[in-house]
Design a protein around this ligand. Structure first.
Ligand code: SF4
Ligand code: SF4
Length: 349
């Protein structure tokens, strides 16, 4: 097993606000069109948004092992492609055309219906009426500080960039063993069977190097995504994670110390037996959110609620100002260059 890379000079981080996501998948499509439209990458979604509580992508996403428990690696598996959802070959005419049966399940050209795919549980939700609920969960590679993927590679094909902590795969060194994909507890590594190599989110590092925010951040109409270096103590990410403590890691029990953080969902109150709001209970079971975001979730939600109430009374709230992001450029940290402007500059070489 390879040894972990040293701590980088600074760490790229992202914060996703689950209270603002529309589930529109603009982020997923922005990533798909930019990075994964080549042969062998058809079924890759380096960025994916799933409805929770749902099984996620791949199916039953958090049950495939990997990561660490008590400091020791947990054996993991790499689910088969069908559990991620293959790239379907839709028969539009058979599904929706004049002879189509307006099938509830879309049909492929071989007459079969797909059985699983990205965000398969879209808007299904959980809970029992009137306590139904759902929220959207965005996932990319979290550039973990204790990257189980990197540590599992016998070829040292994965490396952590010294300048920003981004984890990359050296495609020349990769032999396609998929130990990294087994070891990632978030299942954020894909396999390109055309090229027999592992591939994953690269945090849009070529854009970052040009001062441009990642495509998923820039294309998000919900102003959900904040990007920055954690060392910037005046930045959104630092303030949300360390000052206000409302941005939490996903499944911290996996032990990989991810550098993507989530503002947990603040759901409406549950109802009491008289059909009135019970202000002591959320509609989302506390245990579920704690399993997802760790023991800090209760305090984080209490802080968000208190600051919302302050703001509603007309009092200033730094936290609400950060989360609302009235000027969307404030989400971008130091990566405020407009890619369209860069394209207009004469190309070198
Ligand atoms: Fe590695 Fe998975 Fe962490 Fe990304 S999310 S750094 S692939 S362990
Ligand atoms: Fe959510 Fe933004 Fe992605 Fe749309 S683009 S799914 S709002 S994170």
């Amino acid at each position: 097993m390879a040894t972990a890379s040293p701590k980088p000079a600074r760490q790229l981080v992202m914060v996703f606000d689950l209270n603002k996501c529309l589930g529109c998948q603009s982020c997923s499509i922005a990533c798909k069109t930019l990075w994964t439209d080549a042969p062998g990458m058809e079924a890759m979604w380096w960025n994916i948004v799933n409805t929770m509580p749902g099984e996620g992508t791949p199916r039953d996403v958090f049950s495939h092992g990997g990561g660490y428990r008590d400091g020791q690696p947990v054996p993991g598996v790499f689910p088969p492609l069908a559990q991620f959802g293959e790239a379907w070959d839709f028969d539009h005419e058979a599904t929706f055309g004049s002879n189509g049966k307006a099938a509830f399940h879309p049909l492929q050209h071989d007459g079969t219906s797909p059985e699983w795919g990205p965000n398969w549980d879209e808007d299904m939700g959980g809970g029992v009426y009137p306590h139904s609920y759902f929220f959207y969960l965005q996932q990319i590679c979290a550039n973990c500080s204790k990257p189980a993927c990197l540590e599992a590679c016998p070829r040292t094909a994965l490396y952590r960039r010294e300048e920003d902590g981004i984890i990359l795969i050296d495609e020349e060194r990769c032999h396609g063993y998929r130990f990294c994909a087994e070891a990632c507890p978030y299942k954020r590594i894909y396999f390109n069977s055309n090229r027999a190599i592992a591939q994953k989110c690269i945090s849009c590092y070529p854009r970052l190097e040009a001062g441009v925010a990642p495509a998923c951040v820039r294309q998000c109409p919900g102003r959900v995504r904040h990007v920055d270096y954690m060392e910037n103590k005046e930045g959104h990410a630092y303030k949300l994670v360390h000052k206000w403590k409302v941005a939490l890691p996903l499944r911290p029990d996996f032990g990989t110390e991810p550098n993507v953080f989530y503002v947990p969902p603040l759901a409406p109150y549950a109802f009491n037996e008289a059909g009135e709001f019970d202000e002591t209970r959320s509609r989302i079971p506390e245990g579920y959110l704690e399993q997802m975001f760790g023991p800090g979730v209760e305090q984080a939600l209490a802080t968000i609620q208190a600051e919302r109430e302050k703001s509603a009374r007309g009092e200033p709230s730094e936290l609400m100002d950060i989360l609302i992001a009235r000027d969307w450029n404030d989400l971008l940290g130091p990566f405020t260059e407009n890619p369209a402007d860069l394209d207009r500059q004469p190309r070198k070489g």
